[in-house]
Design a protein around this ligand. Structure first.
Ligand code: PHE
Length: 447
């Protein structure tokens, strides 16, 4: 194992920190905002089933691979791939995979920040006397105001840049340690509220009873993309964090914990939201506004709703921040290593790029709503390009790198595994199953 080698950016202070940081990256808007509305757009249970299958069969094996590459390479994703490719005597063109990953991170951050801005603005919602109609119209008002969207988007990017510029190893630990469990508790509280809405079982049925006739190429691709997005895979975020992971930590167990926590949060968010949707006569296919329309109704109806509602959106914003910093970190670490520039310069540079591209996403709900790419506004188009194309494609190549490029003895050495059944199953998955399945979903969708 790579005992002595450490990343120039530092190492997490304990084993627990890597799990916290990786979970912080994984749990974010993807679980609470995106998962419920994608499930709602794609008919519920069928989507959830394919999504869960993608997490277990494709996501988990690739997550192990990413952590391993990061920890063995001990640098930014692009340079880790480069040095591991050299170790395996192959072409340094693999650096490109890390580079496109860093680009995907920037593009994701550009629209992620706009949605995180919605969450921040909801901190000040007030949560009183909210009905289904008033809730929908206040969300639409927010979308139609270019200035508010740009303000919140800018603030979110500024906070992200501030944290990353100081170095993510400092401070992050403390925050995630207490705030993540709090977010979890409020989601549980919302689930309890959902139980007494009268539509709890309808919600559960919608989420968990698959209607197989609803499975089509689009549902498959969206579920696959969501699996990558929610686990922060395919662009190097988890790889970048792996580089800061202590050498004696078990990668397999860690990956399973992160994936399980992440999936748990998404499912609980769904369990809380759909009963509220049905009880209030809203449509599950409300789209990106789903949580922003439904949850305020719930908070305004429950005791201490102002307190819980405000706290919920504070915590959601923080969860979004702990994800956004991992979106920019692969690019920042790479710039620092390759251009030998200061962390602060690298962060400001990339933060500015994400902010600028994000302006188009913010305006795509109002001034630029007529401007579409393949029928999607800029926000949706960036989301589609990154989550459904770049991340799964990055995932295929990461799997191929681990399964075919790296030497098996290095892989075994880094994982600290024997050649037992679990190793064989995992290795088979990264070599054959994951790349083939992702490839098939692509073919199915595009042909
Ligand atoms: N996983 C994060 C979320 O669910 C988003 C993310 C994607 C973060 C890719 C890093 C990399 O909100």
């Amino acid at each position: 194992m790579s005992e002595e080698k450490r990343s120039i950016h530092g190492t997490w202070s304990s084993r627990w920190t890597f799990i916290l940081a990786a979970t912080g990256s994984a749990v974010g808007l993807g679980n609470i905002w995106k998962f419920p509305y994608m499930a709602g757009d794609n008919g519920g249970g069928a989507f959830v089933l394919v999504y869960l299958a993608c997490i277990c069969i494709i996501g988990l094996p690739i997550m192990l691979g990413e952590i391993m590459i990061g920890r063995r390479g001990r640098s930014s994703p692009a340079n880790s791939m480069k040095s591991l490719a050299a170790e395996a005597n192959t072409t340094s063109a693999w650096t490109l995979l890390g580079a496109t990953g860093a680009l995907a991170g920037l593009l994701i951050l550009s629209f992620y920040s706009v949605a995180a801005g919605w969450a921040m603005s909801y901190i000040f919602n007030g949560f009183q006397n909210i009905t289904a109609e008033s809730s929908s119209s206040s969300f639409n008002n927010l979308l139609s105001s270019p200035l508010s969207l740009i303000f919140w988007h800018s603030l979110f990017i500024a906070i992200t840049v501030f944290i990353v510029a100081r170095g993510i190893l400092k401070g992050l630990e403390k925050w995630i340690n207490t705030l993540m469990p709090m977010l979890f508790l409020i989601i549980l509280l919302l689930c309890i509220y959902a139980m007494q809405t009268g539509a709890f079982f309808e919600g559960l049925r919608y989420l968990f009873m698959p209607d197989f006739s609803k499975i089509n190429p689009q549902v498959m691709l969206e579920a696959l993309g969501q699996a990558f997005f929610t686990l922060s895979l395919g662009m190097g975020a988890i790889m970048a964090y792996g580089a800061y992971m202590p050498a004696n930590q078990n990668i397999g167990k860690t990956a399973v914990s992160v994936a399980a926590l992440d999936t748990g949060v998404a499912l609980l968010a769904g369990i809380a939201i759909f009963p509220i949707v049905f009880a209030n006569g809203l449509a599950p296919s409300e789209g990106p506004g789903l949580v922003f329309v439904t949850l305020p109704i719930a908070f305004s109806a429950m005791p201490f709703g102002i307190l819980f509602g405000t706290l919920f959106f504070v915590l959601l914003s923080i969860a979004a921040l702990s994800s956004s910093i991992s979106l920019i970190e692969p690019g920042v670490a790479w710039l620092i290593e390759s251009l030998k520039i200061k962390r602060i310069t690298a962060t400001i540079l990339l933060g500015f790029a994400a902010w600028f591209i994000g302006l188009f996403s913010a305006l795509s709900f109002n001034l630029l709503s007529e401007f579409t790419i393949l029928g999607k506004n800029f926000f949706d188009a960036t989301d589609f390009l990154t989550n459904q194309i770049m991340l799964p494609l990055g995932g295929i190549f990461i799997a191929i790198f681990v399964g075919w490029v790296m030497k098996k003895e290095h892989v075994l050495d880094e994982l600290g595994f024997q050649e037992n059944f679990i190793f064989k199953a995992w290795y088979f998955s990264v070599r054959f199953v994951a790349p083939t399945l992702v490839g098939l979903v692509f073919l199915y969708f595009f042909l």
